[in-house]
Design a protein. Structure first.
Length: 259
């Protein structure tokens, strides 16, 4: 079995670019799915990688061998040291997939949409995607300033949410909000109502702002609904991912109450 062991190998070079560059991922339309968990989530969602990259040791792992039975993609063996350059997992399983990023659907004009207005932390973005998948979000739209949704850290935090969500990046959020047929809700601290006091059960575009400055003024000006989460104690605000989970759950609760 041929093992790629040279850093000069063209295929390895292409993988290295994908692992570290948003620009390269966007240019190639591909990303890397690192570890058994993401590949298992992909298989469960009915998807498949274009290629599977393995270390020699991974071929002796029973979990990896079982996972390989679910895919027909070509397998490429990579030297352990080269594989380590691609993976930032603390304990690698020695397997990753080369995945073609799906073509995004057109922006919706109805339904439940989650708008990320400059959320830059990859962990926050991935966690928000996970909540969006759990609570019935129809589409997630991300502004230019957001973390790369297909980066390794966002993928890891998303825990497979990428494969069941409709996502759009590099979106002009004010333009989207202007054509959206339902309510546009922003999360702010002042002149706002609690989510349980608002009607969230119909067409809704929910805007979550950046970790530092919150929702942009342009989006606040377009909002028809201002929401705030009541809190006790000395904490001024919640982490944006925690706020997303609370608001998405409240919307789902209201929808369920109508059925």
């Amino acid at each position: 079995m041929l093992v790629i062991s040279s850093r000069q190998n063209p295929f390895f070079k292409s993988l290295l670019k994908l692992s570290g560059s948003r620009r390269e991922r966007r240019k190639a339309g591909q990303t890397l799915l690192d570890g058994t968990h993401l590949l298992l989530a992909l298989a469960d969602a009915g998807g498949a990688p274009e290629k599977i990259v393995l270390t020699p040791a991974a071929l002796e792992n029973t979990e990896v061998l079982a996972l390989l039975q679910r895919f027909t993609a070509a397998q490429i063996i990579l030297d352990e040291a080269l594989f380590a350059e691609l993976s930032d997992l603390p304990s690698t399983t020695g397997i990753m997939g080369l995945y073609t990023i799906p073509t995004a659907a057109p922006a919706r004009e109805r339904g439940f949409c989650l708008l990320l207005d400059g959320v830059q932390d990859p962990g926050n973005v991935g966690t928000i995607l996970r909540s969006a998948a759990a609570f019935g979000v129809d589409q997630v739209l991300l502004a230019d300033e957001c973390a790369d949704v297909w980066s390794p850290k966002v993928l890891r935090a998303g825990m497979g949410a990428h494969f069941v969500l409709d996502m759009l990046e590099h979106i002009n959020l004010p333009a989207f909000a202007s054509q959206f047929s339902g309510a546009v809700a922003v999360t702010v601290l002042e002149q706002a109502v609690p989510p349980y006091a608002a009607n969230l059960a119909h067409d809704l575009a929910l805007v979550l702002g950046s970790e530092g400055s919150g929702v942009s003024q342009a989006m606040q000006d377009l909002a028809s609904l201002r929401l705030t989460i009541p809190m006790q104690g000395q904490v001024e605000s919640l982490n944006v991912a925690a706020a997303a989970a609370i608001l998405c759950y409240e919307r789902q609760r209201q929808v369920s109450a109508l059925s």
